[in-house]
Design a protein. Structure first.
Lengths: 136, 473
């Protein structure tokens, strides 16, 4: 042997299934594909599948300005380079979506997808900074 | 224009990984392993013990190696797997007896465990980092598997030739520099920063749900068993098949093309499965009966040509049935636990393979390899029975319809989907009807309303940062 038929078979399936099922590649096993931590939603066995199991806790009044800026900078530094470029160009420098797609070299759809995921990581970081444990 | 920029960056980033995978696949000793083992004093029973030893190592190490990859570094886990492969090849090549070689085989088991799954997850996260979506994942994992398959076929032919020109022992040493070079590729690879941290906390409840699904539903259990037994039988052909060639005193040069043919059934099987209609009884009957006949030839024949052809037929049929059964399994379980059930089938196949290889080797030692061929016939008969039963189920359950799960039923917009659309909603790029549905959902959902407001407050806080500090290169 010394090749692994089981693995080859499983990989072939993974390759085949996404063409047939657009949810398959987000099947939860690959956590990074989705925007929000998938544990926060109810599962197939729960009363309301796919709805919030752990909804975001309400944020109190205005966020403390300096602390918020510091948390955001720290969280930005943790992002993958391309995600950081997209979100900084868009939300800090307020450039247009078209400009960013050109500058970063992604399609408009990819740009929005990156933006959506990057903003969620920054939101979760802010939630942590005001002591909301679920987002840790 | 912009899309091709992404593709080019992605290609450049994944190139070192592909080089590493290609070099790691150059295991020159694999085609002549059984020949070499026979030369250093292995009999069939000892081969069975060796196979059982690494079959025990793989499932034991798979979970810890997954955790190591998640918490430490996936590039380094791939490097570790190369080191295990180098160590195994070196120790194998230095072996002059059974015990040392069995230890080498167990180190090889560590290589399998470290390698399996790590590559998939690293490619997946790289694609997500570069493009923000998983759309291109299938394309890239397909390319990387093609590199791996090509390396397996090339090394099969090259290894057989090298063994003929030098000695089987030399192929082990020739493998070492190639696999060691793979380390350079893995180290030059820029590892994605994203981590699958979401999976850790969930693991326990996930495993519990997966286990419940696998054991409660008889249909799922039957398909799971089909997948596991087919994988076990395939493993047995790859592990013990070369013993027929040893018994018939095949020359070393024949092992290369033989192994290349056997390895290529994995790819060819994948292509054929999508074209065969295994849900039709006639086709399924042929896929069951033809390899059974071929396995019976393995019991009776003393001809090298017949034995090799029969093994290729059996391996091809098992690849087809294996892929088909995994699709049945895919359709029979909810999407969230599919990967878990697939790896459950993998673990079960290793657990079945362990006693199977012990008995197979013992029987081959007592009665000759032809007699243990009967065990292969038995395994194929069981595979056939389970396959036919699974067809009956599909036919009764869904007359004339597509198998369940092929197309997910359209669902209402739930919170899980809404959060994926927030950037499009803020940008106003959603189609009118989706926008209306989203606003309708927001009106009745406190959680999503709070979520959207927090994203908007995050954007507002970002706009208050001084642009110069984070200006990208």
């Amino acid at each position: 042997m010394k090749t692994n038929p089981t693995r080859a078979v499983v990989n072939t399936i993974r390759r085949g299934e996404s063409a047939r099922n657009r949810f398959a590649r987000w099947a939860g096993w690959f956590g990074a594909a989705t925007t929000v931590d998938q544990r926060r939603f109810q599962g197939t066995d729960d009363p309301y599948p796919d709805h919030w199991g752990e909804p975001p806790e309400d944020w109190p009044g205005p966020l403390p300005e300096t602390a918020t800026a510091d948390s955001l900078r720290a969280a930005l530094a943790e992002l993958p380079a391309r995600w950081r470029r997209v979100v900084v160009l868009r939300d800090v420098e307020r450039r247009s979506a078209e400009e960013i797609s050109q500058a970063v070299g992604v399609t408009p759809a990819q740009q929005r997808s990156i933006l959506n995921k990057a903003r969620e990581l920054l939101r979760a970081a802010l939630a942590r900074s005001i002591g909301q444990g679920r987002d840790s | 224009v912009t899309a091709s920029v992404t593709t080019a960056t992605l290609a450049r980033r994944l190139l070192p990984l592909q080089i590493g995978v290609g070099l790691q696949g150059m295991m020159l000793w694999v085609p002549v392993e059984k020949l070499f083992m026979t030369q250093i004093g292995f009999d069939a029973a000892a081969v069975g013990v060796m196979a059982a030893a690494y079959a025990a190592v793989v499932p034991l190490l798979e979970v810890p190696s997954g955790i190591l990859a998640d918490r430490w570094s996936r590039s380094w886990v791939l490097v570790l797997s190369s080191i295990a492969l180098v160590a195994s090849s070196l120790l194998g090549g230095l072996s002059h007896g059974v015990v040392t070689y069995v230890i080498a085989a167990m180190i090889l088991g560590a290589y399998f465990a470290l390698n399996s799954g790590t590559l998939d997850s690293v490619v997946y996260d790289t694609v997500i980092e570069e493009t923000g979506s998983s759309e291109l994942y299938e394309t890239w994992i397909g390319r990387i598997r093609a590199v791996e398959s090509a390396a397996l076929v090339i090394s099969a032919l090259a290894g057989g030739l090298l063994a003929q020109l030098t000695s089987p022992r030399f192929t082990y040493f020739a493998t070492v520099p190639l696999v060691a070079l793979a380390v350079v590729g893995f180290l030059r690879f820029e590892e994605p920063q994203l981590h699958k941290s979401a999976e850790r906390g969930r693991l326990r409840s996930h495993v519990a749900l997966t286990f419940r699904t696998m054991t409660r539903d008889r249909d799922v259990l039957r398909v799971l068993l089909l997948a596991a037994v087919a994988a076990m039988a395939a493993q047995a052909v790859f592990e013990f098949g070369p013993l027929w060639l040893v018994a018939l005193a095949a020359p070393a040069v024949l092992y290369g093309p033989y192994w290349a043919a056997l390895v290529s059934t994995l790819g060819v099987g994948g292509l054929m499965t999508s074209r065969l209609h295994l849900e039709r009884r006639l086709i399924a009957g042929l896929v069951v009966v033809v390899p059974l006949g071929a396995a019976l030839l393995l019991v009776w024949s003393q001809s090298l040509t017949v034995v090799i052809a029969a093994q290729v037929v059996v391996a091809l049929a098992l690849a087809i049935i294996g892929i088909h059964s995994s699709r049945l399994l895919h359709d029979a379980v909810p999407s969230a636990i599919r990967a878990g059930v697939s790896s459950g089938a993998g673990t079960l196949s290793w657990m079945l393979f362990l006693p199977f290889s012990l008995v197979f080797g013992w029987l081959a030692g007592q009665q000759g390899i032809n007699w243990s061929g009967l065990m292969l016939v038995g395994a194929l008969a069981l595979v056939g029975l389970l396959l036919i039963l699974s067809i009956r189920r599909v036919h009764i359950a869904l007359p004339g319809a597509e198998p369940a799960g092929v197309a997910e039923p359209p669902r209402e917009l739930a919170c899980r989907q809404l959060v994926e659309l927030v950037a499009d909603y803020i940008d106003g790029t959603l189609p009118v009807e989706v926008k209306a549905e989203l606003e309708n959902h927001l009106a009745g959902c406190d959680g999503c309303t709070e979520y959207l407001s927090q994203i908007e407050r995050t954007i507002a806080a970002l706009s208050r940062l001084e642009p110069t500090k984070e200006r990208p290169r």
